[in-house]
Structure formats: C-alpha cells, structure tokens
Design a protein around this ligand. Sequence first.
Ligand code: PLP
Length: 361
Amino acid sequence: MFREAIERMAPYTPGEQPRPGQRLIKLNTNENPYPPSPGVRRAILASAGAALRLYPPPRADAFVAAAARLYGIPASHILAGNGSDELLSMIFRAALGHGDRVAYALPTYSLYDTLAAIQEARVAAVPLGPGFAQPLDALARERAQLTIVCSPNSPCGTLAMPDDLDALARRLGRRLLVIDEAYVDFAEANALDLVRRHRNVIVLRTLSKSFSLAGMRLGLLFAQLPIVESLLKVKDSYNLNRIAIAAGAQALDDAAWMRRNVEKVKRTRELAQQRLRALGFEVPPSSSNFVLARLPDRDMAPVTAALRRRGILVRHFPASVFRDAIRISIGTPAEMNALFKALEPLIKPLLAKRLRTRAGK
Ligand SMILES: Cc1ncc(COP(=O)(O)O)c(C=O)c1O
C-alpha cells in the first residue's frame, strides 16, 4: 500500500512513556525534572478561550517575536516548529531526494536515520572521534548535500566548539549545515551566532529540554532568509496551535526561570558524574541534561531491565556501539538518589566479577 522504502524501513523507537497513574522515575527521554514557569500556565489558560474558534497565525507570530527578542535575531530569520522534530522533518523533505547524501556522526539522535530512510537518502555515517568528539574534518570531506552536527550530541553529551563549527560551515561552502542544539542551554557555549555569518547554516533549538515544555511541542529554527523562505514551502500551514504559541512566547519571556532550572540540573549532573565514576563507570564529560555511563564491553540491557523492575527508566541503545552504556537523564536530587540506591547493588557484583576475571581467578 505504501512506497517500498516505507514498507522496508524501521520506525523510530521513542523511549517509554509511562501510562497515566503509573509511578516510575523517568530518566529515559531527557525531559526537565522541574516544571515550566508559572507564567506559562497562566498564558495557556488565557489562550484556551473563544479564539480557539480561529486558525492560529501561520508563522506563530507571538512565539517567534519572543524568540527574536530573546536571541537578538530578526523574526524573519526564525521558523517555529511543532517540536524541533518537525523542523528536522521539514529540512529533510526540502533538502533531500532519492539517492542524495546526508552526513552525520554516529551514534547520534536516531531520528536522523528515520528521516533519511523516508526520503530514500543515503547516509554518510562517520564514527565519532576520540573522546566521542564530533569528527568535523571527516564530515567536511563527505561533501554531502546536508550535514548535521548534534551539539551537545546525544547520547554522549559532548559539545562541538563554535569556532570549529564555523570552520566546517566555511568548508561546506553552499552545502547545508544543520547544528542541532536541542541541549545547548546546558552547555558553556553555543553556535547561534553562525547564522549571522553563514548563508548555509541552520541552528535548531527546542523548548522540550531546558524550558521544561516537551509536552507542548515547541521548536525554533534560525537561518538566513533564503533558507527560511524555502522551508516555508514545505511547512504545514498551521503547524503550531494557539495554546502552544502562547505557552512558547511566555516561556521565552520568562527565560530567567529556565536558567535557574538549568543551573540546578547542571549541579546535579556534576554530582551524578562523580558518583557514577566512583562506582566504576566511564562517563564522558556531559554538556547536556543527561550522562552516558559506560562499562566497556558489557551489555547493559540486563541492568536497564533490572532498573525498570525497580521502577526506574533509563535509556539503552541495544543496536549501537553504546550497548555497553546507559543514558541517564538528570532528575531531581531525590530521583538521582533513588537511581543510585537501585544501581549500586546491580553494578558492584558485575565489577567484582570483572576484577576476579582479571586476576585470573
Ligand atoms: C538531539 C535532539 N534533537 C531534537 C530532539 C527533538 O526535540 P523536540 O521535542 O523539540 O521535537 C531531540 C529529542 O530528544 C533530541 O535529542
């Protein structure tokens, strides 16, 4: 019934979402453990009235205007999306046809694979470099129609430095470079400035992580005018609803609330990294709101399942080189204490066994 490429492809697998009433500690899809600003609730209530009779503004004007104020980028250079997933989907649809090439480092956000399969595009997959750094030189050499750098990258949390991305944008010339900055508010640097300097750069942001609004589906795209105009051709006419537009505008106006939550998450992240390393995990320094905890060469599927039985969800990637790792979203200090209480008795026997094997016993 459908195109052969669709029949053949694997669907994107989202992390588990608990059913209503199910009490689980949710550290598997990098949501924010703190609520959005109280102003967001008021904005939602105020927008949920008679105006819902009318279609929303096609360009999500109030949300985009708030983004223009916060980031100092003209509104005409900003596109709003129903989550940054929708913006990624628009970029793939507009940039790639059958057989075209898209380059990115692996492992990364697996939705890129799904979107490439839908377009029947070919993926030039480049392995991450030492220390899980983005292999920017190798990506430049691929000379693909579309290059994507996820920074900070998921699932390892490593950041690509803006100067290096600037050099990559220059080397790519007229070829598109997408910098997916879903987690960048948790990092020490960002590459938003590159959209002022380069005609081929798109920067993506989301309100799902730092702004605590994953449930509202709000994303932002920044690029120069010709890119925005081309992408508008593939955009759904009314892609954001009125309630989301109001919530997004208020959340951006209340960015100070977001920054306070980000500082709390970063403090918890530093402690979590120390505790995981003390337990025996290898943990690359994270610039995001999650950490990757590796026990090299050990399949972490049983640990993930055991945590699930104890009511704690973390993410495991069975089909990747990180099958020896779990990705843990940073929760509240109490949630992280519960995680460590469940994790320690699972990990200590594993490491003791490894030490015995090494000692030849
Ligand atoms: C790297 C990356 N980009 C984009 C997204 C999508 O975010 P949104 O909720 O805005 O669709 C995610 C979500 O997990 C992500 O990890």
